[in-house]
Design a protein around this ligand. Structure first.
Ligand code: ATP
Ligand code: MG
Length: 333
């Protein structure tokens, strides 16, 4: 039998996962887990690069993210879910790879540039934050991942990984595997503010765990077309997050097209469209939330799943580090 190809993905434990994660990555992971060997990482070390002074937040969200995974159907029997910081080999690889990139290259990374702006570090950029793309290269290569299902914001980071892999393989030995990105149908889901990417840190997210009431409040408060003031005004569908969400989550495509035509022409009020979206999202999120609540009753069991997954992940990372050390001629005895 041919070996299955490997997937590595992950999320930062900085908050509960949201609709952006679902369409950007989780949906693909659930679909692909049968055909690939899948590692799913809870990136606590990476989360600490911009949350060093908030260890509690990172710690608490390990369980939350794990619950989100299980709720959407990532199956711990076939996917390996693990905690990044408990695989110290990843930190070791990171240290070696840091010598293969320049500070200028890191500063020029478009994702980092954008996040630096958002996070307003000013002159006080944590070195670990600037270099997290290198640590991501360590995560991906430790498992010899072929495929990385990600949102669009991750593409420049994956490019950085490919550069490191090529450089390493050229200087030392061809030990590392070049990964490919798998960008989903919604590579950048906009937030409820209609401006930024939906993000845990920006307060514009609908979480998978949100209650019926909270979902409704968030949907009814969503940004729409700011020029669609009176019901009779013609409205714009493009760049209107309410329609973007309907496109992704409403299975009745014909009805959505009809609503769009009506909205463009004028005469269809925002409240009506939002009410429909609310219903669609309620139907979509209810079974996820219920499964989540089921798992949440036994947090110890969930931590056990993470412990087992982490042990398994570590075995693979140890193998890679052995090969890396040998290639780098630092396998002294
Ligand atoms: P933070 O604000 O802490 O950075 P985040 O919401 O950006 O959190 P991450 O943990 O950084 O979430 O991202 C995990 C994965 O989910 C990445 O592959 C990322 O591309 C994807 N992702 C995150 N937000 C979106 C989104 N709005 N649309 C599509 N994919 C997304
Ligand atoms: Mg992010």
């Amino acid at each position: 039998m041919k070996d299955k190809k490997v997937i590595l993905t992950g999320d930062r434990p900085t908050g509960k996962l949201h609709l952006g994660h679902y369409v950007g990555s989780l949906e693909n992971r659930v679909k692909l887990q049968d055909d690939y060997k899948q590692f799913v990482m809870i990136a606590d070390a990476q989360a600490l690069t911009d949350n060093a002074d908030n260890p509690r937040k990172v710690r608490e969200n390990i369980l939350e993210v794990a619950l989100d995974y299980l709720a959407v159907g990532i199956d711990p029997e076939i996917s390996t879910i693990f905690i990044q910081s408990l695989v110290p080999e990843l930190a070791e690889l990171n240290m070696y790879y840091l010598n293969l990139v320049t500070v200028n290259r890191l500063r020029r990374n478009p994702t980092i540039k954008n996040e630096l702006k958002q996070k307003a570090f000013g002159e006080s950029i944590p070195a670990g934050f600037l270099t997290y793309p290198v640590s991501q290269a360590a995560d991906i290569t430790a498992f010899k991942a072929n495929l990385v299902p990600v949102g669009e914001d991750q593409l420049p980071l994956l490019e950085q990984t490919v550069e490191i892999v090529r450089r390493f393989n050229r200087i030392y030995e061809a030990v590392l595997v070049e990964p490919q990105a798998l960008v989903s149908k919604a590579a950048r889901l906009v937030g409820t503010d209609g401006k930024n990417k939906m993000s845990k840190s920006l307060g514009n997210a609908i979480s998978l765990a949100d209650s019926h009431k909270v979902i409704k409040e968030k949907v009814m408060g969503m940004f729409t077309d700011p020029n669609h003031i009176k019901v009779e005004d013609p409205g714009q569908v493009e760049g209107n997050p309410v329609f973007e969400y309907l496109d992704l989550f409403d299975s009745d495509k014909e009805e959505v097209e009809k609503l769009k035509t009506y909205y463009r022409k004028g005469g269809l009020g925002d409240v009506k469209v939002k009410k429909r979206l609310n219903q669609v999202l309620q139907d979509f999120l209810k079974p996820i939330r219920e499964r989540r609540e089921e798992y949440a009753k036994d947090p110890e069991e969930v931590m056990n799943i993470l412990k087992k997954g982490t042990e398994k992940a570590r075995q693979k990372a140890v193998q890679t580090v052995d090969e890396v050390r040998k290639a780098m001629q630092i396998d002294y005895y």
